[in-house]
Design a protein around this ligand. Structure first.
Ligand SMILES: Cc1ncc(COP(=O)(O)O)c(C=O)c1O
Length: 399
């Protein structure tokens, strides 16, 4: 029996225990001895129930969705294999699969090198670390006010400053302001966000890349959320024609591609330069040009298995379903209310109303965000389960 089979058997056996309601009293504790099986079964059940929220057709609060069976198979394979690609020579099969998946992603995003990471926060940090190596005498990053907060965190870690650039009425970076800021001070890096976390807006990618080139600065594209649109020919234009000239780009398959977390990539136009000279003499390959250390297949096996088992087209189908529901939702809301509505190209729809929608926030139906300096309600269209009609039904009592 493989350890995958043993794990599934154990889950199956535990699921046969009677579930009691008093979960709080019965919660397993961390102790020297194994807990009572009923208590464990109860807790597993509670986790299943909690995770089911992502299957609700009116779940639109955040960028998390339920993962597919293919991805789950990939995740099990990764846990079963458990190799460490710090020693790729020991795991030729896993390493080949990693390279195959990476090559496909590099081609999609017009970059030439890269690696998997544990989330775009790490990707943004590492990209700026590389930028700092290239421009050691500069210390300021230019980013729109709408850039993800991980840019700010990264700049603090690296001892850099962020200069925030105003946004236009569509929540995109104001190019005139960006140019003016560049005339006054040469930035270390310019960040262009392809799908902002709050409202899904796309900064003008070509223009940001061009401005960075004009002032000889690094250009990093944070496509953590909106990167999935690059796979859809009808939305590719959002990425312009100069993407191959961006210095780096990060994308999170664990968002719109519904992969298990953490699954993220950081891609570079040029090979990343070594960032330290310390030698790990027990390794054949020095991990000196990237942030991650130990890594198995968790960041790519679920995606790879999805791609080989259901095909690239399956990702497109899921994305088109969610985007179609975003459009329907916008239409329904416009027909039935006078509320101001803002539909972004990347499947986030925001709206304003005087009504207090606190209970819908608590249920995970919607969230709030800042858009154009105003607090708005936000819906994120992701995954196969989401249905515009179900969301409208939840909102109807407030119309
Ligand atoms: C645009 C953008 N960048 C970066 C991140 C950070 O990604 P992660 O949570 O994978 O670190 C997010 C997360 O929502 C995001 O939307």
């Amino acid at each position: 029996m493989t350890n995958i089979e043993a794990a599934i058997n154990k889950l199956h056996l535990l699921s046969q225990y009677e579930i009691t309601d008093s979960l709080e009293e019965n919660a397993p504790i961390i102790t020297e001895r194994a807990n009572d099986k009923h208590a464990i079964a109860n807790q597993i059940q509670a986790l299943f129930t909690e995770g089911k929220i992502h299957q609700n057709c009116d779940w639109a609060a955040h960028m998390t969705t339920t993962i597919s069976t293919d991805s789950l198979v990939g995740q099990l394979l990764s846990s079963h294999h458990n190799g460490n690609l710090l020693s790729p020579e020991l795991y030729p099969t896993l390493n080949r699969i990693k390279q195959q998946t990476l090559d496909w992603l590099c081609q999609l995003f017009e970059q030439s090198h890269g690696h998997f990471t544990s989330g775009a926060s790490y990707g943004n940090l590492e990209a700026l670390w590389q930028a700092k190596q290239q421009y050691p005498n500069r210390d300021t990053i230019f980013a729109a006010k709408t850039a993800h907060y991980s840019i700010d965190k990264a700049s603090q870690i690296l001892g850099l400053k962020v200069q925030y650039i105003a946004t236009d009425s569509d929540d995109k970076i104001d190019l005139a302001q960006l140019r003016r800021a560049c005339e006054l001070n040469s930035p270390l890096a310019i960040i262009a966000t392809a799908g902002t976390s709050a409202s899904g807006a796309f900064d003008p990618i070509d223009e940001c890349i061009q401005i960075a080139q004009d002032v000889d600065a690094w250009c990093h594209i944070d496509a953590a959320w909106g990167g999935y649109l690059k796979l859809l020919p009808e939305h590719r234009a959002l990425f312009g024609h100069q993407l191959a000239h961006a210095n780096s780009l990060c994308f999170d398959p664990h968002k719109a591609w519904a992969q298990p977390k953490p699954a993220s990539i950081l891609l570079y136009q040029q090979p990343a330069s070594p960032m330290m000279s310390i030698e790990a003499d027990y390794l054949h390959h020095q991990p000196d040009s990237k942030l991650p250390g130990s890594q198995g297949g968790q960041a790519f096996l679920p995606l790879w298995f999805t791609l080989i088992s259901s095909g690239v087209e399956s990702l497109r189908c899921n994305s088109r379903h969610a985007l179609g529901q975003a459009q329907l939702f916008t239409e329904f809301l416009a027909e039935q209310t006078q509320w101001p509505i803002f539909r972004s190209p990347s499947g986030i729809v925001c709206f304003e109303t005087e009504e207090k929608l606190t209970s819908l926030i608590q249920q995970g139906v919607i969230s709030t965000a800042q858009r154009n300096n105003r607090t708005v309600y936000r819906t994120v269209f992701i995954g196969n389960h989401i249905k515009a009609k179900a969301l409208i039904e939840k909102l109807q009592p407030y119309f």
